[in-house]
Each structure stands twice: as structure tokens, then as C-alpha cells.
Design a protein around this ligand. Structure first.
Ligand SMILES: Cc1ncc(COP(=O)(O)O)c(C=O)c1O
Length: 278
């Protein structure tokens, strides 16, 4: 990628020339939502599902949804302009409430839309074989915002940093009742006696990766059920994986320094997931 381009509203501009107002509520309050997606060979994977989640969050928080926005055309233009049509890329869409003044959730008539597309290097194969060390973030979270991919991402960033400070790669977030919610930037699945599960958690983001994997597993006669999940249940399971749209399914090697069994199902799970993208 020689010079990176970015969409800001309906303008495709070099990233160094991209401008948003200092009064944008995304900056002032984290008043907006985002989606991070994987693109492969010029296709944004699960785009429909990501846009549906973004739209649902915007509507719930009264951000005017840009129903006429030509997502497909703009994404194709951007991937093409950044030379990403033949490789794996990360695509990020942000929608903020724009610059309307006032506390509360004022309607506003012009949301700000930003679209990035950059090269993406998935974790190396050895990490998919050996897994990541993961720790539990000790501060529980009780927030309905957790169910949305909000620009208010500070809790997740602090949890991830807690993990990095301990040479771990991801932190698990706790629900107020002490059960596991999700990862700082990942959903979670685990297997017990040949069945697949994901935490049932009131404050967790509904992961598109977990939902799509569930659909793929059901097609193959398996199930993926949401169940209340304690840390002890994870350590007694036959395998735990982190899940997100960029990296797919990556196994957990240790949880708070306790070894977890490394199952040989990682490749199967990723094949199921990516085949679901068509
Ligand atoms: C907090 C959080 N939970 C879960 C996920 C996984 O979501 P998805 O599978 O939709 O990428 C993410 C993705 O970045 C996330 O930020």
C-alpha cells in the first residue's frame, strides 16, 4: 500500500488529509459505534451481519442510520484504491452521531461515517497450534454498553493492557456474578464431551464470529449453546478458543497460568467458519 486512502463520509481522501470536526461526538463522548471486519480477495466477510449489528446499535441509541449509504461500492473502491483486492485486509467502519450539540442522545441529521481498509497479518500458524496465554481481568463489568461495539472502548483496552502487562495475549472479562463474559476483543467458545458452548452473558457483545460458527456447526449436525460459564468450567473443558472477525478461532493455551488442553479441532473450526463466508 503506497499511500493509504480512507473514506470520510462520501469523500475518498489520503489518510493524511482526512478531517473530522473537533466537535464530533465520537471524539467528545465516544458517541458512536464501529465494526471491524476481515476482507479476503476483495470481499468483506459477513458484511451483511456486521452492518445489521451496526444498524441495530445506531437505532437503539438514536443515531440516524444512513440507509442510502452505498456500502458495497465504497468498500470496493477503498479496497481497490489501497491495493487490497488480492490479499487479506482489515476493514473498519465507524459511525458517530456527528456534531450535534447537547447531552442525552439528540437526533442530529448527519452522522459521521469513516471507513478504513488496511493490510492484515493474521497471527502466525504456530499461535493457532500452541494457543495464547490468557488471564482474567479482575474488574467485573456491568454495562448494557458491552452489548454494543461502542466507540467507548476504554474498558476493553484496559483489560487487554492488563493481559499484556503479564505477558498474556488476551484478558477475559467477568460479569458481575463472577461468570465469564467474553474476551477484551474476542468472543469465546469451548467444548465439553463433543458439544460446543459459548458464555451466556448479559454484558457481552454478540460476536458475529461465534454466531457464524454456530450456524456452520449446526449445518454439520453439531450444536453451539450459550450457557453460564465459570472460569472453573473453562479449565475443566476439553478446549477453549478466542473468536473474532479478524483472526477466526485461536486456542487458549493457559488461563491465569493454568494449562488448558489443546484440542486438535482448531483447523476444523476455522474451516467451518470461513466456509460459512462463502
Ligand atoms: C469486546 C468484544 N467482544 C467480542 C468481539 C468479537 O466480535 P466479532 O466476532 O463480531 O468480531 C469483539 C471484536 O472485536 C470485541 O471487541
Amino acid at each position: 500500500m503506497t499511500q493509504e486512502f480512507i473514506f470520510v463520509n462520501d469523500r475518498l481522501v489520503p489518510v493524511g488529509e482526512a478531517r473530522v470536526s473537533v466537535n464530533d461526538r465520537g471524539l467528545l463522548y465516544g458517541d458512536g459505534f464501529f465494526e471491524t471486519m476481515r476482507a479476503a480477495a476483495g470481499r468483506v466477510l459477513f458484511l451483511k451481519e456486521h452492518l445489521a449489528r451496526l444498524q441495530a446499535s445506531c437505532q437503539q441509541f438514536r443515531i440516524r442510520w444512513p440507509s442510502e449509504f452505498p456500502w458495497d461500492t465504497y468498500l470496493q473502491n477503498l479496497l481497490g484504491r489501497n491495493g487490497l483486492k488480492a490479499s487479506v485486509a482489515v476493514v473498519k467502519i465507524l459511525v458517530t452521531r456527528g456534531t450535534v450539540a447537547g447531552l442525552g442522545l439528540p437526533a442530529g441529521d448527519k452522522p459521521t461515517i469513516i471507513i478504513y481498509a488496511r493490510p492484515y497479518d493474521p497471527p502466525p500458524a504456530v499461535e493457532y497450534q500452541q494457543g495464547w496465554p490468557v488471564v482474567i481481568f479482575p474488574e467485573p463489568r456491568a454495562s448494557f454498553l458491552g452489548r454494543h461495539k461502542s466507540l467507548n472502548y476504554l474498558f476493553c483496552l484496559a483489560a487487554r493492557q492488563y493481559a499484556l502487562d503479564q505477558k498474556a495475549r488476551e484478558a477475559l472479562i467477568l460479569e458481575p456474578d463472577g461468570n465469564i463474559s467474553e474476551g477484551a476483543a474476542t468472543g469465546l467458545i469451548f467444548t465439553e464431551a463433543g458439544n460446543y458452548f459459548t458464555p451466556e452473558a448479559a454484558s457481552a457483545l454478540p460476536s458475529i464470529t461465534v454466531a457464524m460458527l454456530g450456524r456452520a456447526l449446526r449445518r454439520r449436525g453439531h450444536s453451539l449453546l450459550a450457557v453460564p460459564t465459570s472460569a472453573a468450567r473453562l479449565t475443566q473443558s476439553q478446549g477453549v478458543w478466542l473468536a473474532n472477525s479478524l483472526m477466526g478461532l485461536l486456542p487458549v493455551a493457559t488461563l491465569d497460568r493454568c494449562n488448558l488442553p489443546l484440542s486438535d479441532l482448531t483447523e476444523f473450526l476455522n474451516q467451518c467458519l470461513w466456509s460459512e463466508a462463502g
